[in-house]
Ligand binder design. Sequence first.
Ligand SMILES: Cc1cc2nc3c(=O)[nH]c(=O)nc-3n(C[C@H](O)[C@H](O)[C@H](O)COP(=O)(O)O)c2cc1C
Length: 174
Amino acid sequence: MIRIAIILGSTRPGRRVEDVARWVAEAAGRHPAVKTGEAGLELVDIAEYELPLLDEPAPAVIGYYQNAHTKRWAATIDRFDGFVFVTPEYNSAIPAALKNAIDYLYAEWNEKQPGSSATGFTAAPAPPNNYGRPWARSKSPTYTPRSRSTRTSTSTSPNPKPASAPPANARKPP
Ligand SMILES: Cc1cc2nc3c(=O)[nH]c(=O)nc-3n(C[C@H](O)[C@H](O)[C@H](O)COP(=O)(O)O)c2cc1C
């Protein structure tokens, strides 16, 4: 089975990414590979891992993790073959919490398929693939970054629903 993690990229209290991630999971669940059991989807919430700002002495590429929170995070990400990052855009980038979670690991991400569903006021957020060096340098023959943008409401409601379909000006997958 191909295991795909749908990663929630925001840790903000009242975050909208939970609704967007559920929407993404529902849409991805309609894929024939998921329906036949060839692929499996799992939501992964970085907030549950309570990662402090990177506190590993050795760079992740060395793969020598000292802290329990890093080992737990690495064990989770290692189980997957591909990732869909569901993330808002914060100041024209991905949230610091997501970048931090990416930076914690290297081999666990490397040569696996990344994709993203990014949300923001502008409906054209930058995909997190652009910020992940393991993917930028991936030698995987199947490496094809895919991104989809959606626009979240500017309403202050804590739980607005994402649009049922991406807006016409959404960034299309390459
Ligand atoms: C700190 C911060 C910075 C933001 N910067 C941008 C931005 O640069 N571009 C954009 O389109 N939206 C921006 N937004 C809007 C968010 O992408 C949007 O509100 C999103 O739904 C927030 O996701 P969350 O609720 O899951 O944290 C920003 C929001 C916050 C809180």
